[in-house]
Structure formats: structure tokens, C-alpha cells
Design a binder for this molecule. Structure first.
Ligand SMILES: NC(=O)c1ccc[n+]([C@@H]2O[C@H](COP(=O)([O-])OP(=O)(O)OC[C@H]3O[C@@H](n4cnc5c(N)ncnc54)[C@H](OP(=O)(O)O)[C@@H]3O)[C@@H](O)[C@H]2O)c1
Length: 325
């Protein structure tokens, strides 16, 4: 038996609860993992609170991310005792997830835990941190180098925003954070932000082209915020878009693209190829230190995950939540 956060939906409605399940109920897969730590990402919160169409098959064990030790493997790439990270691939959506003490997964999708990280530290980063790294890699691929000018991070006190801020600052970029939490300015400055602005400056409709401010942007917010960020991006600048905390719409114009040569780079973590994942985790291990992880992380037990998911959706969480299994 193992403990898991089980999501159920039937004629009587939706339920999320911690339950003891039989290992025989785990899905097919070539790696059996003892999950030591998981986390609550924005998508996990939507699933656990039944606030968005994340779960596709019921019942579902929640948790898109996990880190732990391989117990059994028929994948030649892994053997018992190996320490691995799981992110995305529909786990926690279409396949039982990692907010559980056991998970059976596809070995081909796993990444080796970098030596620099414990399973707890890897989950303190989780999909949010790995996505922040994918955004930074996208900026680099488009030629954004330190010294290019100010870089804007939106949704800054969130998981993606916190890690993006720390990564960009470590790389030597001048980071401006947009947040709705003025009281967290010191937190953002500890992560390396040079300036902190009120997200209200970006969240309402504005002109199609505005004063050129940003050499690059990491946007976790979407909607009007992304449109304004594009309208404020300097000639030839790059905007990496990964999120929709404000909304999934894009109510803007093509003006930044056709008059300023701005590039909009889309970032997806769920189906990102394995080589890109390995690159992202290797870079995270090189760039993020233990003190930064401690600054952004709160740890909870599995039983507290449901309450934390609701708090996250209400905007009451700063940084990242690690769940110990
Ligand atoms: N593309 C991918 O593969 C991928 C991967 C991971 C995450 N995501 C997406 O990225 C987004 C951020 O994820 P996360 O894990 O960082 O979530 P999170 O921890 O909840 O952070 C989101 C942040 O966005 C800001 N925010 C919330 N509501 C807002 C609103 N109405 N208007 C403007 N800003 C708002 C808040 O920051 P402040 O309080 O500081 O303003 C909040 O902390 C989510 O939409 C998530 O689905 C996508």
C-alpha cells in the first residue's frame, strides 16, 4: 500500500483526498519509483481544486512532478537505486502522478537527478523552475546576452517568476520584476531583482506600441500583460511566453512584430524533448544554489497539499511548495 492524493469525479461530484492505495493499481510503465518529494505547480493546483480541465481520466493520482529513487526498472537506461526527476508528459493528467509515495512511469521520460540537488531541492524547482530555465534558454537561443538591457519578469513572486528572476540575475541580467504583491519587493530583491514594478502597470489595455523598455521578457501571465510587455519590448527584443495566470487570451496587435522585429518565443515544458530537459536541469544545477532554493521554498506534508493548492489559486503563495512523501 502507498499513500496518494487521489482525485475522483463521478455522479456524486468531485473529491480530493489522501488515500492508501494498493501498488497493484498503478498503471503500466517500465520504472517503479519511490517518490520522495513532489510539489504543487499551478497546474497541480487547478487539478486538486477541480478549477480547470487538467485531469482527463478518473480516478487520478495528482502530481505532474516527482523526484525519488528507482525501485524496479525494465528500462535498460535505469536501475534500482538511480535517483531521477519526473516532469510533465501528461503525468497527473492522463496517467497517475507523483503526489504519492509510489509512481510507475516511462523510463524514457525521466531525467537523472543532478548531483548538486537533493530530491527536495529538485522539487523546490519542479516544473515551474524547469520552465523558467526553458524560458531563459529560449532567450539565449535568440541571442539575448547579459548587458543587452533590462529584462522583465512577470508573475514574479510565483514559481516560474521567482526562479526566472534568480536565474537571470545570476547570469548578469538587469531584472525588473512585475508583481501584484508590493510587500514582497524585498523577497524579489533577495533573488536578484534590480527594480520591482506594480503589475497594474501592465494589466490594463494600452497602446499597440509603447516606450521601448525591455531587451527581453519572461512572461508567466499572458493576456493583456503579455500584450503590453510586447508593446514595451525594444527593437529586436525577445519575449518568452509560458503562462496564463492573467488569462489565455492575447488581445494585441502585430505592431511589435512588424515594426520592431520583436520575437515571441513560446515555451512548453510538458512535451519538451528529453535532450532539452537534460540541458535545462544541468543548467539549473549550475546556476541555482541552496540558499536561493531555501529562499523560495515552503515544505508541507501530503495531507496539507489540498489546502495549499487552494491558497496558490487565490494568489496567497509565494515561490514554491515542496511536498514530502
Ligand atoms: N508552458 C508551460 O509548460 C508551463 C509550465 C509551468 C507553468 N506554466 C504556467 O505559468 C504560469 C505561472 O505558473 P507558476 O507555477 O509560476 O504559478 P504561480 O506560482 O501561481 O504564480 C503565478 C503568479 O502570477 C501572478 N498572477 C496571478 N494572477 C494574476 C493576474 N490575474 N494578473 C497578473 N498576474 C497574476 C502572481 O504573481 P505576483 O503576485 O507576483 O503578481 C502569481 O504568483 C501559470 O499560468 C502556469 O500554468 C506553464
Amino acid at each position: 500500500m502507498f499513500d496518494a492524493l487521489l482525485l475522483e469525479k463521478d455522479d456524486t461530484g468531485f473529491r480530493a483526498s489522501v488515500r492508501a492505495l494498493e501498488e497493484a493499481r498503478l498503471p503500466d510503465g517500465d520504472v517503479l519509483l519511490r517518490v520522495e518529494h513532489s510539489t504543487i505547480n499551478y497546474k497541480d493546483a487547478l487539478a486538486i481544486a477541480n478549477a480547470g480541465p487538467v485531469v482527463r481520466t478518473w480516478p487520478m493520482v495528482a502530481g505532474i512532478d516527482g523526484a525519488g529513487t528507482v525501485l524496479e526498472s525494465s528500462d535498460p537506461g535505469w536501475q534500482a537505486g538511480d535517483r531521477v526527476i519526473q516532469n510533465g508528459w501528461g503525468v497527473g493528467e492522463t496517467r497517475w502522478g507523483c503526489l504519492a509515495q509510489r509512481a510507475r512511469l516511462q523510463g524514457s521520460g525521466l531525467v537523472r537527478l543532478p548531483e548538486a540537488f537533493s530530491t527536495r531541492q529538485a522539487m523546490a524547482l519542479g516544473t515551474a523552475g524547469y520552465t523558467a530555465m526553458l524560458c531563459v534558454l529560449a532567450l539565449e537561443r535568440h541571442g539575448v546576452a547579459p548587458g543587452a538591457g533590462d529584462v522583465l519578469v512577470t508573475g514574479a513572486t510565483g514559481g516560474v517568476g521567482s526562479v526566472a528572476t534568480a536565474l537571470l540575475a545570476k547570469l548578469g541580467h538587469a531584472v525588473t520584476c512585475a508583481t501584484g504583491k508590493a510587500s514582497e519587493a524585498d523577497y524579489l530583491k533577495r533573488l536578484g531583482a534590480r527594480h520591482v514594478i506594480d503589475r497594474a502597470e501592465l494589466s490594463a489595455p494600452g497602446k499597440p506600441l509603447q516606450k521601448e523598455r525591455w531587451a527581453a521578457v519572461v512572461d508567466a501571465v499572458g493576456s493583456q500583460t503579455l500584450v503590453n510587455a510586447l508593446a514595451q519590448t525594444r527593437y529586436g527584443g525577445v519575449v518568452a511566453a509560458c503562462g496564463l495566470a492573467q488569462g489565455g487570451d492575447l488581445p494585441g496587435t502585430v505592431m511589435p512584430f512588424i515594426l520592431r522585429g520583436v520575437t515571441l518565443a513560446g515555451v512548453d515544458s510538458v512535451m519538451a524533448p528529453i535532450e532539452r530537459r537534460r540541458e535545462a536541469w544541468t543548467r539549473l544545477a549550475a546556476l541555482i544554489d541552496a540558499a536561493t532554493i531555501d529562499t523560495i521554498t515552503e515544505e508541507v506534508a501530503l495531507g496539507e497539499a489540498i489546502g495549499k493548492a487552494q491558497a496558490l489559486l487565490q494568489g496567497k503563495v509565494r515561490g514554491r511548495i515542496v511536498v514530502r512523501l
